[in-house]
Ligand binder design. Sequence first.
Ligand code: ADP
Ligand code: MG
Length: 380
Amino acid sequence: MGVREGFAQLYGTAPEGVWAAPGRVNLIGEYTDFNEGFVMPFALPHTALAAVSRRTDGVLRLHSADIGGPIVELRVDELEPRTDTGWAAYPAGVVHVLREAGHPVTGADLHLSSTVPTGAGLSSSAALEVVTALALNDLYGLGLTRPRLARLAQRAENDFVGVPCGVMDQTASACATEGHALHLDCRDLSLRQIPFDLAAHGLVLLVVDTRVKHALGDGAYAERRAGCEEGARQLGIRHLRDLAYEDLPAALGRLTDERVRRYVRHVVSDDHRVGRVVALLDAGEVRAIGPVLTEGHRSLRDDLRISCPELDLVVGTANASGALGARMTGGGFGGSAIVLAEAADADTITKAIEEAFAAAGFTTPRVFPAAPSAGARRLS
Ligand code: ADP
Ligand code: MG
């Protein structure tokens, strides 16, 4: 059953409209966002779909076909940040931040269904926030731009749900266009659409969800972040973005702490890799980004030290069986990796990864091709 039919069955009337917002994967630029550097995500073909209608009585009703259970019913004027409303906190948070920003959202009925895998580092949460934000923007005629919607969605996740994420995920979901990756400057949030039409080049990008989620992840993120700030402080700059790649060797020589030195080397070299990938894609040399991706993986593994055996096995196996390049993507310690390959080699590489995981005794990974897809949109 589609979301339109699901909505009608739940709420007894047809929805005013149906919207879609995708998950995302990051092509290159990891742990660079909070250093005011560069990232390069693109939208997945997988989307969160929401059927939505306005209400005028201050009631917010939420339902997810994927979670099931009863309708969650809240009042828009009683929404409290960080109360334990489970998944409903994401759409409720969006309503809350819109109202806080002065937008007259007087209630809604919402029913959603998503094909974005959850908890795989593919931003199912951002898809949920952005689809809600766009639907309310359209229904209430708020006239907000896509980047503004992304900022509000991020604020919902930071302040209402309580997850300290950057703005990359929501920006990718809100602003991506088909056949492109987004070059996003996390300092001024300017963005540029970079051509990344894999099919036109006979290429495929595989996403490999390792299904691993290490509990270690949260503390390690905070530790890396603190280490980067420490590096910037010791170098007398505000953010690692302010260190030019050319000046990296000299800067590393001035850092005494081996750990901080590794983190600085990762961040500054990954910002540089983003620039290299942009230049190659602008020049139409899509295959040539493969080795840059693999180099990025080595940096995440050896300098930032946020990989894990499963992610290393994906990258090693893919490259040994003909991939053009591969790397872990996202926060690390599990989640997903990406593999760039000739379309003709996709099956061989997929099989090799599955066999390697079986031989190592790891859970079977989920492997799927991800064409750079459209950002959030109204469907009907
Ligand atoms: P990621 O964004 O990497 O997938 P998160 O932990 O940030 O992982 O977000 C996952 C959470 O988002 C889920 O635990 C759930 O609360 C919410 N969510 C995602 N998709 C859905 C859905 N289809 N229905 C309800 N909640 C969802
Ligand atoms: Mg998320």
